[in-house]
Design a protein around this ligand. Structure first.
Ligand code: ASP
Length: 437
């Protein structure tokens, strides 16, 4: 049995929904469907969720929002008309307007795209509509209550042979709607898959899975057939995002694989994400290569740093006080380098350095900007010798100066830091070195 989640572009209009129906009809194993709100139909189009957020901004600034709301209604009415569902959403629209007039929350309004769309899709497929509101629970801080959700969802869905569930939202302890962060319908899909004990969580989108490298950098990169959860974490952290990063946790815990599939090319195999190392991993060394620009390095030098026992505690305290997320911290006998995303220290780097100088009394502190981090990921690396030799040789031959090297002892990735302007060249060199066939 499968759970299928369809993202915004897969449910953008009647044409896309007809493809969805086709997919469902061809695969009777798909019993539960999670939908996003209608996304973009073409490049300059607006996502329905963005229209809803815009509505809220208008209301807060005492600007008329009726035209925006009309655009929202028009999208759903057009879908209903083209699919001939016969569904009348007028009561729902009026109820939402009443809630707006009474000062509803941003989360409530944003969630209505998924709510209305799930109703439409349920009607179109003849499936039950199950509102996520009752069964997906958040605490007062907006953190997902995963175990409670799993129990409630599981009990409810057991009563429905087939159902459509709106993605992206649930309720807080006060009974009010709370949403996940953007793209959160992926998380709903994962929760549903876990709750019903699915054999597979299919995530339908507008790409045929993951590619070994960013196609904007590498020409025609190879698709990835199988990737482990761990590899995906390493790659998505570096910006290769197709799936919401929290979506893997519920299914990973339950041992359910995810397949990324393309609604516009359903025959493409897509990418399977699962826990175990696949045969493919033994044949290939590298699963994916990803890079992110704009990191800042704060290099701290202090003689006999190692014997200064409180050093790391003080350092951690400073970072915590500034609320800075630390990406990496390579160190040597007398130096430690802090690598942070530029956004983390933008506009306050002088203050951070001042505080580090005051508390740590270093010999020197240097700040280097514009560092790009590139991660070369592959669980297959463990089986090989000479991986780093090939990696460094290929970068040297491409005339790339490596400024930072970081490899965890788990040996499934090697991270190098290079100048921003060398990033694309470096990724191409790594691709050519590791991806042979
Ligand atoms: N519609 C929401 C968004 O645009 C949630 C989702 O699509 O996953 O972020």
């Amino acid at each position: 049995m499968k759970v299928a989640k369809f993202g915004g572009s897969s449910v953008a209009d009647g044409i896309q929904l007809a493809k969805l129906k086709d997919i469902i009809k061809k695969d009777p194993d798909i019993k539960y469907i999670v939908v996003s709100a209608p996304g973009k139909r073409f490049d300059k189009d607006s996502k329905l969720t963005d229209l809803l957020y815009a509505c809220k901004v208008h209301i807060e600034n005492n600007l008329p929002y009726d035209q925006l709301f009309q655009a929202i209604k028009d999208r759903f009415n057009a879908i209903n008309l083209s699919l001939d569902t016969g569904l009348d959403l007028e009561d729902d629209y009026n109820y939402i307007i009443k809630k707006i007039e009474n000062g509803c929350s941003e989360d409530y309004l944003a969630s209505r795209g998924e709510y209305l769309n799930a109703k439409v899709v349920a009607e179109y497929l003849g499936y039950d509509f199950v509102d996520a509101k009752e069964f997906i629970r958040f605490d007062e801080r907006g953190e997902l209550l995963e175990e409670e959700t799993n129990k409630l969802l599981g009990e409810e869905l057991a009563k429905h042979e087939t159902a459509v569930i709106p993605g992206f939202y649930g309720t807080g302890p006060d009974g009010k709607i709370r949403t996940f962060s953007r793209g959160g319908s992926d998380v709903t899909g994962s929760l549903v898959a876990r709750a019903v004990g699915a054999d597979m969580y299919e995530n339908w989108t507008d790409v045929s899975g993951f590619l070994v490298a960013d196609p904007k950098i590498v020409d025609n990169p190879k698709p990835i057939g199988h990737i482990t959860y761990t590899e995906l974490r390493e790659l998505s952290y570096m910006g290769a995002s197709v799936l919401h990063e929290d979506a893997i946790y519920p299914v990973r815990a339950a041992g359910i694989p995810i397949t990324i599939k393309n609604t516009n090319k359903p025959e493409d195999p897509g990418t399977v994400i699962s826990a175990g190392v696949h045969e493919e991993h033994k044949e290939r060394i590298v699963t994916g290569i990803a890079g992110t620009k704009d990191f800042t390095v704060i290099a701290i030098k202090k003689t006999r740093l190692k014997s200064d026992r409180g050093f790391l505690r003080k350092l951690a305290g400073i970072l915590e006080n500034f609320d800075i997320v630390l990406e990496h911290m390579p160190s040597s006998v007398d130096t430690v380098s802090l690598i942070v995303a530029r956004d983390e220290v933008d506009g306050r780097i002088d203050k951070v350095v001042e505080e580090l100088e005051r508390q740590l009394q270093p010999d020197s502190i240097e700040v280097h900007e514009s560092l790009a981090l590139i991660t070369t990921v592959g669980e297959g690396m463990v089986y090989r010798k000479g991986v780093s030799a090939l990696l460094f040789k290929s970068l040297a031959e491409a005339d790339v100066n490596i400024r930072i090297i970081d490899q965890g002892s788990s040996e499934y990735n090697i991270i190098v830091g290079v100048d921003n302007e060398d990033m694309d060249k470096a990724i191409r060199a790594l691709y050519d070195a590791f991806i042979t066939e």
